[in-house]
Design a binder for this molecule. Structure first.
Ligand code: NDP
Ligand code: 2IT
Length: 448
């Protein structure tokens, strides 16, 4: 989409100049700015208040050394990050990514997306993100613990239940959150809801583990229904085999679909009989093994090296749940050619701009990440509420609230897209609806 508005063209130029060497961040900002053009034309007051100029610059970026000692007694050094992007509508909120690919540009793109996503949840949460280039893969529990403790020793100076509340993301699950929470409590002598995704014995919420994957399916189901379709009897391909992919598989299956493929960064499995999720959970959640182990016990299933090939499998619905830019223009074209008619995003920014253009040009039902994967952080918001009132809700209660939130997110995307003349473009709808709430709050609070 080519921008026509001079103010937005100049703004994007400034962002590109200021954030050189951070292509993922520039990609995320470009998409949002392009879809906000009709809003900016209608709302000169927001331009006047400098809302967008402020929104593209994080409020605070913290970069720190994370030294720890490995099992051989050798000192290792990683780099830690926390980007506190926007606090207009609530305390900063967003996950911690532990992956060797992490650098400031990844954390900034994730933090930027989080601002809009959290706004869409209807809950009072600002946007932030953190992480490190630490790779938990192949590390012992002791090494992971020492890393997490060192990471938190610095991070604890910058977070708090009413300031900034981190959670999980790639490489950060229940184990890592537990170690980080323990260290925070020890350093601050405070038992507060400073992290979400906690274990159920120390303040975690039921259904948080399932929330992102379930929420993705609730959002997608609502989008399908609005277009006269459903999951029933459909073939689904899901990438990744981590937290989001596992619970998306569980819910899509419960809604009547057949999930035939999953992947990790090495390759993908295809099971024409439908994925045996109990086996995947055992392999990934308990044994921390690779997805290729699945075929050892499933003779009808095949394993193929290389993760990109998963998008060549024929399906009705594709749910990318691994990582950013995992579907490029070429993969999107293959999906369309093979008859796929719905792509809904569990991962953050899994589609390149070329892929998104391919979806839009071919009338694919497209559920954008900011809306479709907001169920995880929404349930984190519910965990914060339970921590504040020192109560725990039942699984059914949390799940029902999550479902309600995902339906309302879909409706917000649908109506914003319609109002601004882009009916059916839920990406534009998500960006506009997410933006407007934050923008009004920023304007009301003055130039801060
Ligand atoms: P996990 O660490 O549990 O799983 C990540 C999965 O994605 C693994 O299968 C991993 O494979 C694969 N993966 C990661 N990086 C790459 C890569 N560079 N190339 C190919 N595959 C890769 O993370 P989550 O399931 O929590 O997160 C998945 C996505 O969902 C991320 O984009 C995350 O930001 C997003 N998300 C997560 C939420 C949550 O609540 N957890 C909420 C909203 C969004 P391997 O094991 O080989 O690395
Ligand atoms: O990308 C995301 O929304 C998450 N990783 C979850 C963040 C959270 O605070 O639960």
């Amino acid at each position: 989409m080519a921008l026509k508005n001079k103010y937005l063209i100049d703004l994007l130029e400034t962002v590109k100049k200021r954030n050189q060497g951070e292509p993922e961040f520039i990609q995320a900002v470009t998409e949002v700015i392009e879809t906000l053009e009709p809003v900016i034309e209608k709302r000169p007051d927001l331009v006047e208040a400098g809302v967008l100029d402020r929104l593209v610059e994080p409020e605070r970026q913290i970069v720190f050394r994370v030294p720890w000692v490995d099992d051989n007694g050798k000192v290792q050094v990683n780099r830690g990050f926390r980007v506190q992007f926007n606090s207009a509508i609530g305390p900063y909120k967003g996950g911690i990514r532990l992956h060797p690919s992490v650098y400031i540009g990844i954390i900034k793109f994730l933090g930027f997306e989080q601002v809009f996503k959290n706004s869409l949840t209807t809950l009072p949460m600002g946007g932030g993100k953190g992480g490190s280039d630490f790779d938990p893969k192949g590390k012992s529990d002791g090494e992971v613990m020492r890393f997490c403790q060192s990471f938190m020793t610095e991070l604890c100076k910058h977070i708090g239940a009413d300031t900034d509340v981190p959670a999980g993301d790639i490489g950060t699950g229940a184990r890592e959150i537990g170690y980080m929470f323990g260290q925070y409590k020890r350093l601050r002598n405070e038992f507060t809801g400073v992290l979400t995704g906690k274990g159920l014995t120390y303040g975690g919420s039921l259904a948080r583990t399932e929330a992102t994957g379930y929420g993705l399916c609730y959002f997608t189901d609502e989008m399908l229904k609005a277009n006269g379709k459903s999951f029933e009897g459909k073939t689904v391909v899901i990438s990744g085999s981590g937290n989001v992919a596992i619970y998306a598989t569980e819910k899509a299956t419960a809604l009547g679909a057949k999930v035939v493929a999953l992947s990790d960064s090495n390759g993908y499995i295809y099971d024409p009989d439908g994925i045996d999720l109990a086996c995947v959970k055992q392999l990934k959640e308990v044994e921390r093994k690779r997805i290729k182990e699945y075929v050892a016990t499933h003779p009808n299933a095949t394993y193929t090296e290389g993760c990109k090939g998963i998008w060549t499998i024929k399906c009705d619905i594709a749910l990318p749940c691994a990582t950013q830019n995992e579907i490029d223009g070429e993969s999107a074209a293959i999906l369309v050619k093979n008859g796929c008619w719905c792509v809904s995003e569990g991962a953050n920014m899994p589609s390149t701009p070329e892929a998104i253009n391919t979806y839009l040009a071919n009338g694919i039902l497209y559920g954008p990440a900011k809306a479709a994967n907001a169920g995880g952080v929404a349930t984190s918001g519910l965990e914060m509420s339970q921590n504040s009132e020192r109560l725990s809700w039942t699984f059914e209660e949390v799940d029902a609230k999550l479902h309600g939130i995902m339906v309302s997110i879909f409706k917000a995307c649908e109506s914003a897209a319609k109002e601004y003349g882009m009916e059916g473009n839920y990406m534009a709808g998500a960006n506009i609806a997410g933006f407007l709430k934050v923008a009004e709050a920023m304007k009301a609070q003055g130039c801060v």
